[in-house]
Design a protein around this ligand. Structure first.
Ligand SMILES: *[C@@H]1O[C@H](CO)[C@@H](O)[C@H](O)[C@H]1NC(C)=O
Ligand SMILES: *[C@@H]1O[C@H](CO)[C@@H](O)[C@H](O)[C@H]1NC(C)=O
Ligand SMILES: *[C@@H]1O[C@H](CO)[C@@H](O)[C@H](O)[C@H]1NC(C)=O
Ligand SMILES: *[C@@H]1O[C@H](CO)[C@@H](O)[C@H](O)[C@H]1NC(C)=O
Length: 353
């Protein structure tokens, strides 16, 4: 061993470096390895094992374009003298030692050691949504890095970046997309609102841990224009009274948990009452819900209505915890004393000015 070590140092001075990379089963990792400019024209490869007995996973002579082999892709960026290796659809047995290597003809090849650890992950797969509705997608991860950069991309050119600089978790918004990174819970929530059919497609959530590596999760968003379901319902109720809400559900969600959420400001689901089994009442004081499986109908009853009860959403929660908001319920609360006050308040202020 001592002989090999000395030999290595002599032949590839200062080149041997190493990095540790974490990924999640079902997801992927992106690893970037540097090399000396003079090796731009050499073949690059990525192999599994110790450098002395490494088995190739991908090897290529191609420059400045992606090359793919099974779950591995390699891009040799000759202008920056780095190459990127992407591994998709990770499995736990992929854990272990890898090498990023430059193939040299007469010298010994140079290596960057990569220790890959694949943790059990929850693959998001396909999330169903409805036009006019919203979705909140859960992404569970364990990385405790201080300030990971999080990208959400639909195809490579439609990305938005969320940089979490605060210790406190908070929503970050970009157009119709918002991300909430709850580091202490190891949970990333992706909220997409006002869905339309054009939002269907492949998405990626990329967590950039360092300059050298990122891990990602790919999923498919499938936005349906279901003819069964109403996008929006308008009701009216008098303050202090009660109101009945009824929402029809698509057949495909027959087994999912149904919920009725109360919206407060930006929080679409400030209060939630959910029901799973057919014909089972859930009573949470102010809100009662029942689900009729045969009719695929959720019936909710809200008592002691105030003007704060102006918006509710009917939706479903999938077994992976994704929330799909299907029908918006607007309640016009009339006869409220507070509403009357604020209605006259504004013109009076104007008159004073
Ligand atoms: C991986 O890194 C390359 C080079 O930085 C980048 O072009 C590519 O979009 C990345 N892919 C993912 C899935 O992060
Ligand atoms: C979806 O995209 C098509 C083609 O670009 C466009 O004509 C249509 O208006 C879009 N629909 C919505 C709801 O944005
Ligand atoms: C709501 O439904 C219940 C039970 O079907 C009914 O007794 C009640 O009168 C309804 N309330 C309103 C305000 O329509
Ligand atoms: C709410 O109901 C009142 C009384 O029926 C009506 O005058 C008002 O226009 C309604 N407001 C909205 C926003 O629908």
């Amino acid at each position: 061993m001592k002989i090999i070590w000395t030999f290595t140092l002599l032949m590839i001075p200062g080149v041997v470096s190493s990095m540790s990379v974490t990924g999640y089963s079902g997801g992927g990792v992106n690893i970037t390895c540097g090399y000396k400019k003079r090796y731009r024209d050499n073949k690059k490869y990525f192999c599994k094992g110790q450098w002395s007995q490494c088995r190739d996973r991908i090897k290529t002579n191609k420059k400045d374009k992606w090359v793919q082999k099974d779950r591995f892709s390699l891009y040799d960026d000759t202008s920056s003298s780095v190459f990127t290796v992407t591994i998709r659809d990770l499995r736990e047995e992929d854990s272990g030692m890898y090498q990023c290597a430059v193939d040299k003809t007469i010298e010994i090849d140079s290596y960057t050691e990569v220790r890959l650890r694949v943790l059990t992950g929850q693959q998001i797969r396909t999330v169903r949504g409805y036009s006019g509705g919203n979705v909140i997608i859960n992404f569970k991860y364990e990385i405790q890095e201080e300030n990971p950069v999080i990208d959400v991309c639909k195809t490579a050119d439609q990305c938005f970046t969320v940089i979490n600089t605060n210790r406190r978790a908070e929503w970050k918004h970009d157009r119709r997309f918002s991300v909430y990174n709850d580091r202490s819970a190891g949970l990333l929530l992706l909220f997409i609102r006002d869905l339309n059919e054009n939002d269907s497609g492949e998405y990626k959530i990329i967590v950039k841990v360092s300059e050298d590596y990122s891990f990602f999760s790919e999923f498919n968003l499938d936005i349906k224009k279901e003819d069964c379901c109403v996008k929006s319902i308008s009701l009216s109720a008098s303050a202090g009274g009660s109101v009945n809400i009824s929402c029809k559900y698509p057949q495909s969600h027959i087994r999912d948990v149904k919920f009725l959420c109360w919206r407060s400001g930006a929080d679409l689901c400030a209060k939630e009452t959910s029901v799973k089994e057919s014909r089972r009442w859930r009573d949470e004081g102010k809100i009662r819900v029942e689900y009729d499986r045969e009719q695929q109908l959720l019936t909710g009853s809200i008592s002691h209505v105030t003007e704060e009860d102006s918006e509710y959403w009917c939706g479903v929660q999938s077994d992976q915890g994704h929330k799909i908001f299907i029908t918006r319920v607007l309640i016009n609360v009339t006869g409220s004393l507070n509403a009357a006050d604020s209605a006259v308040g504004y013109p009076m202020d104007v008159r004073i000015v």
